[in-house]
Design a protein around this ligand. Structure first.
Ligand code: PLP
Length: 366
């Protein structure tokens, strides 16, 4: 399909074309029901097969061990910001939060509302406008913390933890909304992982949550409203109430496609290639394109922020890119400049098209 727009939006973001085409083919008659998947019971065997497949593919693609539960929830990362302290900071438990960007700060502030002084700042680069991640020596991890919260990819600023922070063995709780499944990684140091689906996995409305059994056991929050209890969702296999069936169906399509192309190893290789192409271009024209992130080692493979010599040129860049079939390049309002979001569904060819445009733009305007 040649009339598909090349989509660099930060979120909701583009989805793999084959996952959408499958949805199109199955829309009016899902699994021989003569109805769409949106129109049938979440207790039907046809929906159940989708639900189970989405869970199983998540486990398989990420190599999730048996002592973790995979949950499909709602409320986005925002509801998780609150559910995590409500469930996990009971009984005098404490946590450290590493604040590395706009979203990490939100998670910290929401946790503070619940946990007060039991929620501590484990490190922050706010005084540097979050233009790099903290070094290990800049972290303050307390030995009595039950977990350390961090944000694996800082969507607004364009930094990404290539090696996860050093916590002396204290388990991680991690917001992976903008880079989940960008590469294979070892899940075992994580007590809980959560991710709104709308960047790397599917449409908005689904929050993938992966929780280790010992963390689940800590969630003895019987006095919380039912929906807020991780344990209840785990016991009910994410079917306590009506799940976001259509979102989960699209998630299933995306994951099945990811598996068909070779899984996370292949996806990682594509993402690394995309990063090399984009950062290679920025580094070739340092007098024209100025990266926002100051440490090369902290550069994100998902969100790439940079500035042009003037606001006028930035506007021209966005307008001309749109004419060339590429959208979503305007930087986040607090930072300005350009942000390229190159999530899993963005192809190497898409990035080659953008890089060719960027090179031509320098020649014309540099
Ligand atoms: C987009 C994003 C969020 C916000 O997610 P919602 O689903 O809108 O709540 C939170 N954290 C990170 C890292 C994000 O990229």
């Amino acid at each position: 399909m040649s009339n598909r727009t090349i989509n660099f939006y930060a979120g909701p973001a583009g989805l793999p074309l084959p996952a959408l085409e499958r949805a199109k083919d199955e829309l009016l008659d899902f699994a021989g029901t003569g109805m769409s998947v949106m129109e049938i019971s979440h207790r039907s065997k046809e929906y159940d097969a989708v639900h189970e497949e989405a869970l199983a593919l998540t486990r398989e693609l990420m190599g999730i061990p048996a002592n973790y539960k995979v949950l499909l929830l709602q409320g986005g990362a925002h509801l998780s910001f609150g559910m995590i302290p409500l469930n996990l900071l009971r009984a005098g438990r404490k946590a450290d939060y590493i604040v590395t960007g706009n979203w990490a700060e939100k998670a910290y502030k929401e946790a503070k509302l619940v946990g007060g002084d039991d929620v501590r700042l484990g490190g922050s680069t706010k005084d540097l406008k979050f233009a790099r991640l903290p070094k290990t020596s800049e972290l303050t991890i307390h030995k009595d913390s039950s977990f350390v919260h961090f944000t694996s990819n800082n969507t607004v600023e364009g930094t990404q933890w290539q090696d996860y922070p050093e916590t002396g063995g204290i388990p991680y709780v991690c917001d992976m909304s903008s880079d989940i499944m960008w590469r294979p990684f070892d899940v075992t140091p994580f007590g809980l992982i959560y991710a709104g689906a709308q960047k790397n996995l599917g449409p908005s409305g689904v929050t993938l949550t992966i929780i280790r059994e010992d963390f689940l056991e800590q969630c003895q929050a019987q006095d919380l409203p039912s929906y807020l209890r991780f344990k209840l969702h785990a016991e009910k296999n994410s079917l306590y109430n009506t799940p976001p069936c259509f979102g989960i169906y699209i998630l299933r399509n995306v994951l099945a496609y990811n598996k068909s192309i070779g899984g996370l190893k292949v996806i990682e290789a594509n993402n690394r290639k995309k990063g090399e192409l984009l950062y290679g271009c920025l580094d070739r024209f340092p007098g024209f394109y100025k990266p926002f992130v100051t440490e090369k080692a902290d550069r994100s493979f998902m969100n790439i922020d940079f500035f042009l010599p003037s606001e006028e040129l930035t506007d021209t860049f966005v307008k001309e890119a749109k004419k060339a079939g590429m959208v979503g390049l305007k930087g986040y309002r607090d930072i300005g400049g350009i942000r390229v979001s190159a999530y899993n569904a963005v192809t190497v060819d898409n990035v080659k098209t953008l890089v060719a445009f960027m090179e031509a733009f320098v020649k014309k305007n540099g």
